[in-house]
Design a protein around this ligand. Sequence first.
Ligand SMILES: [Fe+2]
Length: 240
Amino acid sequence: MTPTQKLEDYSQEQHDTWNFLYDRQKAHLQGKASQLYLDTLAEMSDTLTRTSIPMVADMASQLKKATGWSIEIVPGLIPPSEFFKLLSQKKFCTSTWVRRKDQVDYIEEPDMFHDTFGHIPPLMNADFGSFMHRFGQIGTALSNNGRAFQVTQLQRLYWFFVEFGFIREAGKAKLFGAGIMSSYGETTHAWESRNTSKVFNLAEVMSTPFQTDVIQNEYYILDSIPELERELNHWFERTI
Ligand SMILES: [Fe+2]
C-alpha cells in the first residue's frame, strides 16, 4: 500500500518543530548557500511551507507543473534499485515523518525536513533536474545488470554532490548538497571547510568511500552541473 500524508496526523508540536527547523536553517544559509538553492527555495515558498509541515501533494503539483518532476511518499530508506527507478521516472521520494523536538540538531535517518527542504527545491532548476533524471536512468541500467561496484560508484557521486557537494557560483564556493542544506551543524562545518575543499573530480569522487554516520571531512566543489552530466554519460558509455 502506498503511504499517504494527512494534515491531521501531525501535532502542533510537530508543526512548531518544523517551523523552528525551517527558520533557523534559512537564516543560517544566507550568504553561504548557492543562489541556485536559495532561489528555488523561495520559488517553492507557497507549497514548501514555513510555519506548518508542507503537504507533499501541494509541492508535487507545483513541481510537476514547472518541471515534470513529481514526489512519491516512501516509508523511509528504500533500496538503491527502487530509488534509481523513481528518479528515472522523474519522481523524487520523501518520508512524511518529522523528527522530534530533541532531535533538531541530529537524526540518524533522513526525515521529511531533510527529504523536502534539502532535496526538493533544486529540482526546480532545469540543469539539476536533468542531471538527476539521467542519474536515475544510468543507475537503473546498472542495477538491472547486477553491476554492484558501478552502483557503489554512483552512490559515491550522489553522496559527494547531491548530499554534500558545493557548487561554484561567480568564482565562489557555495553550499549545495541536501545533507548540508538540511543540517545546522553540517552547514557550519561545511562553510568552515570551504577553503580546503577540493575541485570536483568524477573519477576521484567515484573512488572515495563515504561514511553516513559521521560529520563530513571531505567536500568537493563542482563548477558545472551540465558538465557533470556529460562526464557521467561518458563514464556510463565506457562502463557498459
Ligand atoms: Fe538525502
